[in-house]
Design a protein around this ligand. Structure first.
Ligand code: TRP
Length: 328
């Protein structure tokens, strides 16, 4: 019997992860793995809610995501890392929860309207996105879910669904808390939020040369045209990254604002400190990519561990809902 509180979190298999994924989620997960019973799920079914038309890259994306998890320092002896679609129980719970969730609860989730319009999505599965997420969480009876602010409405929905289930069929599920952590804002190379879909990301998998090239192309303060011009570090994405990766960011700030430091030099310094910071992770990553069997075995082991817990919860759920014949 484990006494540690349970955490579940997940990420879509977008492929190679970027600095935003690393700073915003992975690093935090690594810091939690000693004190929680952690389940980390690569949510391939969720990816289908928007990317259903080209599924050919799915397996490679899942693999690259798993490699990044491990390279970031998640320890498979401490946490269960697995692929959502390998635990069919998530689908069963999603189906059962779909019977008790009113459609307006799903329609009023903020991400639903925004994304439905922006990406022209109108599928049944897309409306059910946060309910599938609720099933991911509840099936492990998670106490906490480490997520970014944007996910809070999804955790709220999960709590409401748990409450409704418990009041209809008896208490099975705890109500999970969102575990919000502070992390630095990671702008992309164009100054917008770093995102694979914006094409402004720096990836853990990038080589040092690729990283340097991307940094050289970064946007800076548009008012700082010549080296001697004073710049505004507080609006510059290069400076934002210095603050995360450079030990001399105060020097950089002063150099930029006085005009003593030019953008080219500033960027080269960032490339050096970022590459140095990521070097151990990238070395580990290379080993993992060349050791596919090892990574896949970790996913298999994680799925076995997850399946045990998910299976036990589903027995309880079926019994609570009278979907299981009592022994005679
Ligand atoms: N919706 C989450 C995101 O976009 C991904 C996700 C799916 C998730 N299932 C989850 C996160 C369960 C936490 C817990 O990032």
């Amino acid at each position: 019997m484990t006494l540690k509180p349970v955490i579940l979190s997940g990420m879509q298999p977008t492929g190679q992860l970027h600095l935003g994924n690393y700073e915003g989620a992975l690093k935090n997960w690594v810091s939690l793995q000693d004190n929680y019973r952690m389940f980390l799920c690569i949510v391939d079914w969720h990816a289908l809610t928007s990317d259903f038309n080209d599924t050919a890259p799915m397996q490679e994306r899942i693999f690259q995501t798993a490699v990044d998890y491990l390279a970031a320092g998640l320890d498979p002896d401490k946490c269960s890392i697995f692929i959502q679609s390998e635990i069919k129980e998530h689908a069963e719970l999603h189906l059962l929860l779909s019977m008790i969730v009113p459609i307006p609860w799903l329609e009023r989730v903020p991400a639903y309207k925004e994304k439905a319009e922006a990406l022209d999505l109108d599928s049944y599965g897309f409306l059910g996105y946060p309910l599938l997420q609720a099933a991911d969480i509840l099936i492990y009876k998670a106490d906490a879910v480490p997520v970014g602010k944007d996910q809070v409405p999804h955790i709220e929905l999960t709590r409401e669904v748990a409450r409704r289930f418990n009041s209809l069929y008896g208490k099975v599920f705890p109500e999970p808390e969102a575990l919000l952590t502070q992390f630095p804002a990671i702008p992309g190379t164009d100054g917008r939020k770093m995102s694979k879909s914006y094409g402004n990301d720096i990836r853990l998998a990038d080589t040092e040369e690729e990283t340097t090239k991307k940094i050289k192309k970064m946007v800076t303060d548009p008012k700082k045209i010549y080296k001697g011009d004073p710049g505004r570090p507080e609006i510059c994405p290069v400076y934002a990254l210095h603050q995360v990766y450079s030990t001399n960011s105060e020097e950089i700030r002063i150099g930029c604002s006085t005009g003593a430091l030019g953008c080219v030099d500033c960027k080269m310094q960032l490339a050096a400190s970022l590459n140095a910071a990521l070097r151990p992770l990238r070395e580990k990553r290379k080993e993992l990519v060349n050791n596919k069997k090892y990574v896949i075995n970790i996913l298999k082991k994680g799925a076995d561990e997850a399946r045990q817990v998910a299976g036990a919860t589903m027995d309880e759920v079926r019994r609570a809902m009278h979907l299981m014949r009592e022994d005679v």
